[in-house]
Design a protein around this ligand. Structure first.
Ligand code: P6P
Length: 337
């Protein structure tokens, strides 16, 4: 029986694909692998240990920080710092980016990482899957100097790698370096990730839509029109509605079964809710590498020029056929409608 390769073997076998990298990108992915195992251990026993509940602080989004949010952020920040590979990290849980200076002043580290350490963390209390999302760029400012905001405000089309860890019924690490999407499942008994989902691709025609319909009255007219289209009896419709309330889980299911995830603008969230840099861009990179699409309803997510670290954008992501139809409805109205 063909032995599935481990994540470590996969990285070594594909090292040559990490162009311009003399092994740092491999080491970076390996540090994410280590942090994923540590966080997974805590997430899986969250119900048993008094780690739930508010950490008594709020993050820049004004959201109560769950202790597990804070814990996951600490683990990923420490792991990425210790390996001396990155020169800066931006996190949903940190107001500003963090500079990682090398041991000596000549900071030659050439990668920056943007991360949502525990997306969907409010689901922890109700035992629903949560996830970590990461996005990796090569710095644009001169190495040896302190990292700058412009190193983080890069279009998504400049990403060198992106991925997520989904802490679900099993724990998976799914990532891309621009050569397709591969999924690795953790065997917790031995702490090893095995290649369980090689070359992940969205099914051609999705029939699942994921959106919080509780906000219907606040949606733009284009979204309301598209939802009515999904619910109409015609051809392969009505579609199935599935919404977990955890972006990583909804995205992961849609990539396997086909579907569209939408978090649009609304009168309550005029820019949408999801953050461009560490939620939408990495998921968009994965979606496109898996044959899908990601837009803000009007333009490609990965072509948006970021202006702020924590900026929000409307997000439509998933099977190409469904995105194309949704965009047709959206483009009947101006973007501000
Ligand atoms: P709502 C979790 O907070 C998150 O960022 C995504 O993971 C999830 O899809 C969305 O927000 C849920 O938001 O407003 O529907 O509860």
């Amino acid at each position: 029986m063909q032995q599935h390769s481990t994540l470590g073997e996969f990285i070594i076998e594909n090292q040559k694909q990490f162009k311009y990298s003399s092994g740092e990108l491999s080491r970076l992915i390996n540090s994410i692998r280590l942090a994923a195992k540590v966080v997974n251990h805590e997430v899986n026993k969250a119900g048993l240990v008094d780690i739930l509940g508010k950490a008594g602080e709020t993050n820049i989004q004004g959201e109560d920080q769950q202790k597990l949010d804070v814990y996951a952020n600490t683990i990923f920040m420490e792991t990425l710092t210790n390996r001396e590979i990155v020169c800066g990290i931006a996190s949903e849980e940190e107001d500003d980016f963090v500079t990682i200076s090398g041991n000596d002043d000549s900071n030659e580290n050439k990668y920056v990482v943007l991360i949502d350490p525990l997306d969907g963390s409010s689901n922890v209390d109700v035992n629903v899957s949560v996830g970590t999302i990461f996005s990796i760029y090569r710095r644009v400012t001169k190495s040896g100097t302190p990292v700058q905001l412009e190193d983080f405000l890069q279009e998504g089309n400049k990403q060198v790698a992106a991925g997520y860890i989904v802490y679900g019924t099993s724990t998976m690490l799914v990532f891309t370096t621009g050569h397709g999407v591969n999924g690795f499942t953790l065997n917790p008994a031995i702490g090893t990730f095995y290649l369980s989902h090689p070359d992940m691709m969205f099914p051609e025609n999705g029939t699942i839509y994921s959106i919080n319909e509780g906000n219907y009255v606040h949606f733009p007219q284009g979204v309301k029109d598209y939802l009515k289209y999904c619910q109409m009896e015609e051809g392969d419709r009505p579609y199935t509605s599935r919404y977990i309330g955890s972006l990583v889980s909804d995205f992961h299911r849609n990539m396997i079964k086909g579907g569209i995830y939408i978090y649009p603008t609304s009168t309550k969230a005029p820019k949408g809710k999801l953050r461009l840099l560490y939620e939408c861009n990495p998921m968009a990179f994965l979606a496109e590498q898996a044959g899908g699409k990601a837009s803000d309803g009007y333009m490609r997510i990965m072509d948006i020029k970021p202006t702020e670290l924590h900026q929000r954008v409307p997000f439509f992501c998933g099977s190409t056929n469904m995105i194309d139809v949704a965009e047709r409805f959206m483009k009947n109205y101006p973007a501000t409608a």
